[in-house]
Design a protein around this ligand. Structure first.
Ligand SMILES: Nc1ncnc2c1ncn2[C@@H]1O[C@H](COP(=O)(O)OP(=O)(O)OP(=O)(O)O)[C@@H](O)[C@H]1O
Ligand SMILES: [Mg+2]
Length: 206
């Protein structure tokens, strides 16, 4: 399996491009880092990789085909703010099962306590809630995970626990991961290779 971004360009308004000619190729089982200065468009890029937004120029391809328009999205995005990614009117169990079935062993690995399943999102801490978002993103049909500052808000121990669980599952299921982070030590620890996005909009980065 291959997730590719080919000559992606994006702009929010007519006047200025956020970036142009961005490229990425991510294979199953690979863990790749993406770094670049704040505002250079990493989150925007991540949203296009996961099919939340369409690029203005270029294409996102999964095995040489566009991302599926409906059904389960095989490219899942987890971002920094879990409270914005869950339905506040659903209990945690329902939120979790959006990603498909889950087993107790997986919940334990990622550090979800069973009693949390009955709670509402606002009855959990940010870190607890993020574990649910990560667990949900790794549903049975997920092939790629885009982790956009996924553990930035967490303490070092929780961060390590979550990444340990995610890498374990990714290895078993040959999932490819893009790690977007400002934390160089985290990137160094996790990633096989690193892509740099520069801050300018000229498009001749990488
Ligand atoms: N909805 C929007 N409308 C207009 N401009 C936007 C919108 N969302 C983001 N931008 C702008 O696009 C640029 C890229 O934003 P993006 O969030 O992708 O950057 P980033 O690389 O993820 O930054 P950070 O490292 O701070 O997370 C920024 O200049 C931002 O102000
Ligand atoms: Mg960002």
């Amino acid at each position: 399996m291959q997730l590719e971004a080919k000559n992606i360009g994006f702009r929010y308004d007519k006047e200025s491009w956020i970036f142009r000619n961005r490229n990425l190729s991510l294979s199953s089982g690979e863990v790749v880092g993406l770094i670049g200065p704040s505002g250079c468009g990493k989150t925007t890029f991540a949203r296009m990789l996961a099919g939340y937004m369409q690029p203005f120029e270029g294409q996102v391809l999964l095995n040489n085909a566009p991302l599926p328009k409906k059904g389960y999205q095989p490219v899942q995005l987890v971002f920094q703010h879990p409270e914005k990614a869950v339905n506040p009117k659903w209990r945690m169990k329902k939120i979790l099962t959006e990603g498909g079935k889950f087993d107790d062993e997986w919940l334990e690995l990622i550090g979800i306590k069973k009693e949390w399943l009955r709670r509402w999102p606002n009855e959990l801490s940010g870190g607890e809630l993020q574990r649910f978002c990560v667990a949900r993103a790794l549903g049975a049909h997920t092939q790629f995970l885009i982790a956009d500052e996924m553990t930035t808000m967490l303490d070092a121990i929780t961060q390590a626990q979550i990444w340990h669980a995610v890498l374990d599952v990714a290895r078993k299921r040959n999932i490819g991961i893009l790690v977007i982070s400002h934390e160089q030590p985290l990137i160094n620890r996790l990633c096989d290779r690193v892509i740099h996005f520069s801050g300018n909009n000229s498009g001749d980065d990488q």
